[in-house]
Design a protein around this ligand. Structure first.
Ligand code: 26V
Length: 753
């Protein structure tokens, strides 16, 4: 008997074959927890605290078993008793603690920090329902609460609590902890705060609830609707709970480890993940002043301890709060922020770098840049745009603070866990070192001319496509053809990401097929995306894609060649099924708008070719693989920035001049679409494309059609060459490991241990 089997028998107190999956799951949860505890090591020197409103961690059981080296053993043991690992995984609810790339990045980082044996914890909130659950009814997105918390979750309730004052009233934040064990590495923690008084019963009618009863609603949802004052105030309440409890935890730990707080930066490095945790700066200053440290020194200590990551250049996503909101929720911080504003104004020669503007609006990112020692972007292009345009005034003030840290992904989840067949094949070719040293993947290039290897690579992709097809059939009642090319666009729904460009292409292809111009291969366009509940056009785009999928499916002339599969409730679990099955990775944002993207890296690692614009990390992917191994199209970021600058883009002109564009846009409100679609929603989307098209879809339309059709022709025309190019993509994916990203954060910013 293996040790795992003995342990399982001991927990279950009966034969494994007779256990329910729930019983096995609970037993394994305990076994993993006990093993994780053995990898807790005392911290010497500086420890990292990664503060983030989101941690999109995904299901934990399999990943933890892999990292502890127990996965193969457990799988074999279960199979020997007639149990399946896949079925067991279904027992675990996916933690709903994040939305998109920002939260998933935080989760990849925690994995890499622990894998590199660095001391570093996450700090966030324990949302009861997190991001909403998405379902489609009558071709519309509907939102319902995702009650993911329950008897099976991994967070340990601790006895540790911290007082937090919200709107002048006392509340108690309780600490929950999830152990995070690295691959053959140490155990760190994800610290999540909550109030004991929160009540899920206040939710009614979808995801609606009384936004004013803070004690009952504070941690119910991630990103509660902020279309009214109460919703915006609630976000500030949430953020302050997170940073105040987090700051108290950090100071407590540092004091315990011997800091006198004057030397806080020798004990702690705090990474502020976007602006949601920015109030940690004034909160730490406040707490240090309470401990009799002078204001000026407190400012200096905090600046040396904290660093800030910017994840977007979109102005509407950079948080700004009216000062009166802060006066209402966190009056204790307002005098500190005012003092910081005075200091900031004394640095800058003009008011563009002030924290509080002339309308009494507080710019959180400005506070971050002044009062941290590092500001980084998340891909080379993004950092250059920050330095040269968006944050140029700050760059001139503090050139030494600006640096780039191109994002990465953890290969444990995004290769070993989600694509075991490919991982095993790679190991058979180049050995196991790539699991911890991703640069070793380069050696795969030696096999670029090896026909047997290329055929095996294609066979693995085909298996993964069949597996996705089965999963779609089983969970969503969607049938797809695994012999078609799978082109996947999965990411948040946002106009700048341009799912609407993909939509127009699909309409175009529909017409071409009807006209008898058959494509070189059948195409399945797969989508996964949630739209923010109050984001009207994003929801219209979902509606249009769902309606179009029905129109195409109902048309026998077209349906054999073209299919749309829109996956409901896209999350990490769905991504793990979709990414290994992808042939063509759609990364088609308007150049300059996607800070980095991380899905692009996951698809590449799993042997998809990228169809993309020169945006975010696509630029670095293109550099790594070379132009022959990627499909790049569209305007460059400098062209786009120029067009915005001189206001020269008029969508209507493109619509009127180009018959293909006009045909595709007009079709949105055609009889066929209106037969099962809504005139209001489709008309609004059409109107937006003709009269606004803020993210310049139409100028990139023709180039997109040409490149995508080229990809279809290459895929059908020369499968061996396609496989070779996927192999070269995998071989160049090493740079995009989050182990590399974290090593850079550590050597340039954190200096841990
Ligand atoms: C947030 C919002 C909020 C409401 C209005 C529109 C809007 C637009 C964008 C955002 C994104 C905020 C920050 C974010 O999630 N950034 C993502 O961070 C990823 C990790 O660095 C990166 O790969 C993505 O490119 C970037 O969009």
């Amino acid at each position: 008997m293996t040790e795992t089997e003995i342990a399982l028998n001991e927990y279950c107190k009966k034969d494994i074959a007779h256990c329910t999956y729930e019983e096995l799951y609970t037993a394994l949860l305990h076994i993993v927890e006990a093993e994780s505890q053995k990898r807790l090591y005392a911290v010497k020197g500086r420890k990292l605290y990664y503060i983030s409103a989101e941690f999109l961690i995904g299901k934990l059981l399999s990943n933890n078993l892999i990292n502890l080296g127990l996965y193969d053993d457990v799988k074999a043991c279960l199979e020997a008793h007639g149990k399946s690992m896949a079925r067991l995984e279904e027992v675990e609810p996916e933690p709903s603690l994040g939305n998109g790339g920002l939260g998933r990045l935080a989760a990849c980082f925690l994995d890499s920090i622990a894998t590199l044996n660095l001391p570093g914890d996450g700090i966030g909130l324990r949302y009861h329902c997190g991001l909403f659950r998405q379902n489609f009814t009558e071709n519309f997105q509907n939102e319902t609460p995702d009650f993911w918390l329950g008897s099976h979750d991994w967070a340990e309730k601790t006895a540790k609590t911290y007082p937090v004052s919200l709107a002048g009233k006392p509340y108690t934040a309780r600490l929950y902890r999830i152990a995070v064990t690295g691959y053959e590495g140490r155990t760190n923690y994800l610290n999540l705060f909550d109030l004991d008084t929160v009540e899920q019963s206040v939710i009614r009618d979808g995801i609606r609830f009384d936004k004013t009863d803070i004690g009952k609603n504070l941690t119910l949802f991630l990103y509660p609707d902020d279309s009214d004052d109460a919703g915006r105030l609630l976000r500030i309440y949430q953020q302050y709970l997170m940073v105040s409890a987090g700051a108290q935890l950090i100071l407590e730990e540092c004091l315990e480890r011997g800091s006198n707080l004057h030397n806080l930066h020798e004990y702690a490095a705090i990474q502020i993940n976007d602006t949601h945790p920015s109030m940690v700066i004034p909160e730490l200053i406040r707490l240090l002043c309470e401990k009799d440290i002078a204001f000026e020194e407190a400012v200096e200590i905090v600046t040396k301890t904290c660093a800030y990551t910017n994840h977007t250049i979109l102005a509407e996503a950079l948080e700004k709060w009216p000062k009166h909101y802060l006066e209402q929720v966190v009056p204790q911080l307002v005098p500190i922020i005012e003092e910081l504003d005075t200091l900031a104004r004394s640095q800058g020669s003009d008011s563009s770098t002030a924290i509080i503007d002339s309308d009494n609006v507080v710019h959180m990112a400005h506070m971050d840049i002044h009062f941290t020692h590092s500001t980084n972007g998340v891909a080379a292009l993004h950092t250059e745009i920050l330095k040269n345009s968006e944050l140029n005034h700050f760059y001139r003030l503090y050139p030494e603070k600006f640096n780039n840290k191109t994002n990465g992904i953890t290969f444990r989840r995004w290769l070993l866990k989600c694509n075991p067949e490919l991982a095993a094949f790679i190991e058979s070719l180049i050995g196991p070192d790539f699991k911890k040293d991703a640069s070793r993947l380069e050696r795969l290039a030696d096999f670029a001319e090896d026909e047997a290897v290329l055929k095996q690579l294609s066979a693995i992709k085909r298996n993964n496509k069949s597996a996705l097809a089965k999963w779609l059939e089983h969970t969503q009642n969607i049938t797809v053809n695994p012999d078609s090319l799978f082109a996947i666009q999965s990411k948040r729904l946002h106009e700048y990401k341009r799912q609407q460009l993909n939509l127009l292409y699909l309409v175009h292809q529909y017409f071409e097929i009807k006209a008898g111009h058959l494509p070189p291969a059948p195409l399945t366009a797969v989508f996964g995306a949630k739209a923010a509940p109050a984001y009207i056009i994003a929801k219209d785009i979902i509606h249009a894609l769902l309606v179009l999928s029905k129109v195409i499916a109902a048309d026998a002339e077209v349906s054999g060649w073209l299919q749309i599969a829109f996956i409901e409730n896209y999350n990490v679990t769905a991504a793990e099924k979709m990414i290994p099955a992808c042939d063509l990775s759609e990364q088609i944002s308007l150049a300059s708008k996607e800070a980095s993207g991380t899905g692009n890296m996951k698809f590449m690692l799993n042997g998809a070719l990228t169809l993309g614009t020169m945006d975010g990390a696509n630029v670095e992917i293109a550099e790594a693989v070379g132009n022959d191994n990627i499909y790049i199209f569209g305007q460059s970021s400098s062209q786009v920035i120029r067009r915005y600058g001189n206001g020269s883009y008029i969508a209507r002109e493109w619509y009127e001049i180009d018959p293909n564009i006009r045909r595709a846009v007009d079709f949105l409100t055609s009889e066929k679409m209106l037969a099962c679609g809504s005139a209001e929603h489709l008309g609004r989307l059409q109107n937006e494309l003709i009269h606004k098209d803020w993210f310049q879809t139409l100028p990139d339309f023709n180039a997109y059609v040409v490149r995508k059709n080229q990809a279809l022709a290459d895929y059908a025309g020369n499968p061996l060459d396609w496989a070779k190019r996927t192999l070269l993509n995998i071989s160049k994916a090493g740079f995009f490991s989050s182990d590399r990203t974290i090593a850079e954060y550590n050597s340039d910013i954190w200096h841990l241990g």
